[in-house]
Write a protein that binds this ligand. Structure first.
Ligand code: FMN
Length: 158
């Protein structure tokens, strides 16, 4: 399995680590060549601009042998209603084919927003499983809900 995630302020990373602690596999953090500003207003503005321009920010992550994974978790913060644009760059660069794709998302109220539709467009042949969403502020205490979701999807037994 591969857990692929993007996180600007750490919430999604926290959930990624909780999933990894249960299912193992490889974990890769998606980063951009030019890091996003730490300042909240600056990153909010930049992310909005990128979405309006349908930008494809250059990514720094490499995924050696994506073909070796049968299941790929894709974790992200909801940015302006959907997946941050670097994931568009990545999913157009790497073809996940007909693999199982499982989204997880942190947010401040919009839950998955449009991200599941966008994922379907970006991974048209993938088998998309039911995802997991949690408010960013509750990410630290999400392990119980993460476990329940993993059990429901059949990825965690016992
Ligand atoms: C650029 C930007 C845009 C955001 N847009 C939304 C949004 O549309 N809906 C929402 O519920 N939360 C939104 N948020 C809040 C984040 O999704 C939330 O804080 C998330 O947990 C951050 O995850 P991270 O710590 O992994 O970066 C936005 C945050 C940022 C920085």
């Amino acid at each position: 399995m591969l857990i692929l995630y993007f996180s600007h302020s750490g919430n999604t990373r926290n959930v990624a680590e909780q999933i990894h602690g249960r299912v193992g596999g490889d974990m890769i953090e998606l980063k951009t060549v030019v890091p996003y500003p730490r300042d909240y207003n600056a990153v909010v503005e930049q992310a909005q601009r990128e979405q309006q321009n349908d930008a494809r920010p250059q990514i720094a992550a490499e995924i050696p042998n994506i073909e070796k994974y049968h299941t790929i978790f894709i974790g992200f913060p909801n940015w302006w209603g959907t997946i941050p644009m670097p994931f568009f760059t990545l999913l157009e660069k790497y073809d996940v084919g007909s693999r199982t794709v499982i989204p997880f998302c942190t947010h401040e109220g919009s839950r998955f927003g449009r991200s599941e539709q966008d994922l379907k467009r970006l991974c048209p042949r993938a088998r998309l499983l039911e995802g997991f969403e949690v408010r960013g502020s509750r990410a630290g205490g999400a392990q119980g809900n993460v476990d329940a979701w993993l059990r429901k999807t059949g990825l965690l037994t016992g």
